[in-house]
Design a protein around this ligand. Structure first.
Ligand SMILES: [Zn+2]
Length: 59
């Protein structure tokens, strides 16, 4: 996946009132409990980016 795509994923994959992922339902007509695997992927990827930036700023 492309760099920065996790931002778009997090913007689209939001939790609906019934606890499912709105992005998965809208994009793929798929019912997935939130957080779906794409949100998990995006958040873990963001955490790594933030950590890398933090470490880079220390040096
Ligand atoms: Zn989703």
């Amino acid at each position: 996946m492309k760099e920065g795509q996790e931002h778009a994923i997090l913007a689209a994959h939001v939790q609906t009132s019934d606890g499912m992922c709105a992005g998965c339902r809208a994009w793929w007509s798929r019912l997935a409990p939130y957080p779906c695997w794409q949100v998990e992927w995006a958040t873990s990827r963001q955490a790594r980016t933030f950590t890398a930036r933090f470490l880079g700023s220390v040096r």
